[in-house]
Write a protein that binds this ligand. Structure first.
Ligand code: FRU
Length: 484
């Protein structure tokens, strides 16, 4: 039987004091405390397991544990006891990010053990090793210690992603070599415990490509080999790379000799304020599903004062299209959450505001760009955000409204040769996810409307907007109990 540790009891007790104003109702989050990266996403023995970087004792980052939730359907979730604690010589500074595999029925986690060699938090003196843990019940994990040590001269060496292919186990690990040009290192193993270095799979060639590539992920989708990385150290350029760190993808071919031929250059996965360190896995029916951390290092996090910080994005199905873009769409299972439904007939508005009377969580909204003449048109979500089309810059803009000027910023995507735009939007208590034109672009941002104020109001500025369709739904809570 599962037992609860002191940390679990602390989390459950503190959860009672969490202020629910901004706490999500249909996104995975810890009951209280801090979370960052999604870890160990897997479907095994009839359940989906998601783990997360977790500090149970406060809403700030601290010595990392692995929090744990499970689901039968990827929609309804249940909290399980914390799976990993930083309690060994090799991981006492934190059980950092990693992945999960099904080793012939043995549920296996591979994660980074971090050790501070100098002062706690001084990341110029660290040791990072890749460690293994296994479980027979999917709840309690036994640690087996390090299975892979860093190469000579490299301290930053973390976030192992392991997969099975070509009759072998493979692992990609992110690293920061002395050149400060981030890289992804590829390893191979017959048994998950003995690992051999194969090659550097991909690396930065200029400092603008990042000094450290965190959280690599490598998978095949639609016959393309996609390499995901979360580079640190890319400077903002125009509308791009605006967040503290970025997550992006390259597309190419994983050759027979295991080298990687890049065909398409790095592109950001998401264009909002809050998306980082995504991880993907294969669902029961073979779809590739990706989940990101819906937050960003160094950003202002008002919920920290309310006892929690960090949540996951909705699970997104990932495909790759003929225009060289990774398509991310919300998994269709989420439709199970829908309740009250409303739809509006097509309408147009000129220099005015039209508000919906009720607050919904899921919206499908289309604008006819060819027939709209306004300089700017779109809608507000309460007093927390504006989503609009800027006809002059030809961009779709997500503007976050806040009296805190670190939060009051916008993110946007180009609207090239679009005569219509279809937006699929999910609005939780403090987050917005926008899926544009069937996932060609996504924008994910946290926002902080004042209490109970996030109804949608359409508006135009200087001209007419043609709204071709509006559908909306209320969504149920995902943490009821795990559906049988
Ligand atoms: C990415 C990251 C990982 C690391 C983890 C520590 O957000 O920095 O590289 O394993 O977070 O919590």
């Amino acid at each position: 039987m599962e037992t609860l540790s002191d940390a679990d009891i602390f989390v459950k007790n503190t959860a009672k004091t969490v202020d629910n104003l901004y706490y999500p109702t249909f996104h995975v989050a810890a009951e209280s405390g801090w979370i960052n990266d999604p870890n160990g996403l897997i479907y095994i023995n009839g359940y989906y397991h998601f783990f997360f970087q977790h500090y149970p004792y406060s809403a700030e980052w601290g010595p990392m544990h692995w929090g744990h939730v499970i689901s039968k359907d990827l929609v309804h979730w249940e909290h399980l006891p914390i799976a990993l604690y930083p309690d060994q010589d090799y991981d006492r500074g934190g059980c950092y990010s990693g992945s999960a595999v099904d080793n012939n029925g043995v549920f296996t986690l591979i994660y980074t053990g971090n050790v501070w060699l100098g002062a706690e938090g001084d990341d110029t003196h660290i040791r990072q090793v890749q460690c293994m843990a296994t479980s027979t019940d999917g709840i309690n994990f036994i640690k087996h210690g390090p299975v892979l040590y860093p190469p000579e001269g490299i301290m930053h060496f973390r976030d192992p992603k392991v997969w099975r292919a070509r009759d072998s186990w493979w692992m990609v690990v992110g690293a920061r070599p002395q050149t400060n040009l981030g890289e992804v290192r590829l390893y191979q193993s017959p048994n998950l415990t003995d690992w051999t270095f194969v090659r550097i799979l991909d690396q930065a060639t200029t400092s603008q490509e990042g000094f450290m590539w965190e959280c690599p992920d490598f998978f095949n989708v639609n016959n393309k080999d996609i390499l995901i990385t979360s580079p640190q150290g890319i400077d903002a350029q125009g509308y791009d790379y605006r967040n503290h760190f970025q997550s992006g993808y390259r597309c190419g071919v994983w050759e027979k000799d295991s080298s990687y031929t890049v065909q398409e250059e790095f592109k950001e996965i998401d264009h909002g304020h809050d998306f980082y360190a995504p991880q993907s896995f294969t669902a029961a029916d073979g779809r590739r599903i990706m989940v990101g951390w819906m937050n960003m290092w160094n950003s202002t996090m008002p919920t920290q004062k309310q006892g929690w910080a960090g949540a996951f994005t909705l699970p997104r199905e990932v495909n790759y299209n003929e225009h060289g873009r990774l398509l991310c769409t919300p998994i269709t299972e989420l439709e199970q959450l829908r309740s009250d439904y409303n739809a509006l007939k097509p309408f147009s508005l000129t220099n005015m505001r039209v508000g919906l009377a009720t607050q919904y969580q899921e919206y499908k909204i289309s604008f006819d760009l060819a027939k709209s003449t306004a300089e700017r048109y779109g809608f507000t979500i309460g007093d927390g955000a504006k989503i609009f089309i800027d006809s002059q810059s030809k961009r779709l803009v997500l503007e976050r409204l806040s009296t805190d000027l670190t939060l009051n910023t916008e993110r946007s995507i180009p609207l090239i040769a679009c005569s219509k735009i279809n937006l699929h939007i999910f609005v939780d208590a403090s987050s917005i996810e926008i899926f544009v034109n069937d996932g060609e672009y996504t924008l994910t941002s946290n926002f902080y409307p004042s209490a109970g104020n996030n109804t949608v109001t359409f508006y135009t500025e200087n001209g007419k907007a043609v709204v071709s369709s509006v559908e909306c739904w209320k969504l149920a809570n995902i943490f009821s109990s795990c559906s049988e």
